[in-house]
Design a protein around this ligand. Structure first.
Ligand code: FAD
Length: 311
């Protein structure tokens, strides 16, 4: 199945509440979702984190949810993160900062009308404050390109009080090489990914070759800089490039992959002595996350469609 045909359709479906109802009700979806999301409860995700830590990997946990439309839901998200950070104290870690949380500003109120940015900043500040006290890192996820400027503005504000706050830059955006230069300085933590949303050609590279070439340019900027690069990709070409660029670097960097994807490769890299962090989502709001994973991998989609018709 041609990825360039189905990908835009799946990414549009990821934002459709109607389809969310339909897919969410399908019994067969659960089996596939379980592959990417270890559970809906905090207990389930903390158990998954324990197993990952025992295998020599680090974790970043994401409480699923995005595009929050009311302040009460944003508060529920903040409370979930505060509770998770408390639960982290029960885990044993081999290395400082093995525990991280990943937050989405749209889940913290960024898209609320009026003062959405201020609400998101205030909510993110609460999470960063608790995380800082517990020695837990925080990284702010990247969402669609209409939010990039506002997200980076919030990150700059947060870094005034919590200099270790990291963020994500998406190599498919044409602006990202310049953003990498801004964020390649001392103390800066940047997770570099390719990008998971449907973006127009005015702002984003469209072909895989162009996205890959941009990723390699951005990776070089980060690896030659003084920050802490976080190489988020399952792509063997990007992993090989990071391994080679990282070998020339005095300071550390880490690989990051998603829960349930290329588990064997994650273990291989960790066994070879690399730092590997696994982005591990939990909660009930898995639909958008799940659809973006389907869009990335036609093999997953074929399996999903086959299971729907053979119900
Ligand atoms: P792709 O270009 O999708 O795949 C390239 C090659 O990698 C494939 O040909 C195959 O060889 C290998 N590969 C990929 N997937 C698999 C698989 N399932 N099994 C086996 N081989 C595989 N996106 C955002 O927009 N915002 C974020 O905040 C964000 N955070 C992320 C955090 C982490 C830790 C990671 C890993 C990704 C994140 N993403 C985020 C998603 C990212 O942007 C990509 O959509 C996603 O990682 C797919 O791109 P890729 O680099 O892995 O390789």
């Amino acid at each position: 199945m041609a990825l360039n045909i189905v990908r835009p359709a799946l990414l549009a479906a990821a934002r459709s509440p109607k389809l969310e109802g339909l897919v969410g009700k399908s019994r067969v979806t659960k089996k596939l979702v379980d592959r990417f999301v270890p559970g809906s409860s905090e207990t389930a995700v903390v158990d998954a984190a324990r197993a990952l830590l025992e295998s020599g990997r680090s974790v970043s946990i994401d409480y699923l949810g995005e595009d929050t439309t009311d302040e009460a839901t944003a508060t529920v998200t903040v409370d979930a993160y505060l509770s998770l950070i408390r639960a982290y104290t029960g885990l044993t870690v081999a290395r400082p900062h093995s525990l991280e949380v990943s937050i989405k500003l749209s889940a913290l109120g960024q898209s609320l009308p009026g003062d959405g940015n201020a609400v998101a900043l205030q909510n993110a500040h609460k999470i960063c404050s608790a995380a800082d006290a517990a020695g837990v890192w925080v990284t702010v996820d990247a969402e669609d390109h209409t939010t990039t400027d506002r997200t980076l503005a919030v990150v700059r504000e947060l870094r005034k009080d919590f200099p270790s706050v990291g963020t994500v830059l998406q190599a498919y955006l044409k602006r990202t090489e310049a953003d990498c230069r801004e964020f390649a300085g001392p103390g800066s933590r940047i997770r570099l990914c390719k990008g998971a949303y449907q973006e127009p050609a005015t702002v984003a590279f469209q072909s895989k070759d162009d996205v890959d070439a941009s990723y390699l340019r951005c990776l070089t900027v980060l690896m030659e800089g003084d920050g802490y690069p976080m190489v988020a990709s399952h792509d063997p070409q990007m992993i090989a490039a990071a391994t080679s660029l990282g070998a020339d670097r005095a300071a550390p960097f880490e690989f990051q992959m998603l829960y349930g994807i290329r588990d064997g490769e994650q273990v291989r890299l960790a066994t070879e002595g690399h730092r590997v962090r696994v982005y591990t989502p939990y909660g009930d709001q898995w639909y958008g996350y799940f659809m973006r994973r389907l869009a990335e991998r036609p093999a997953n989609l074929t399996f999903f469609l086959r299971s729907l018709v053979s119900r």
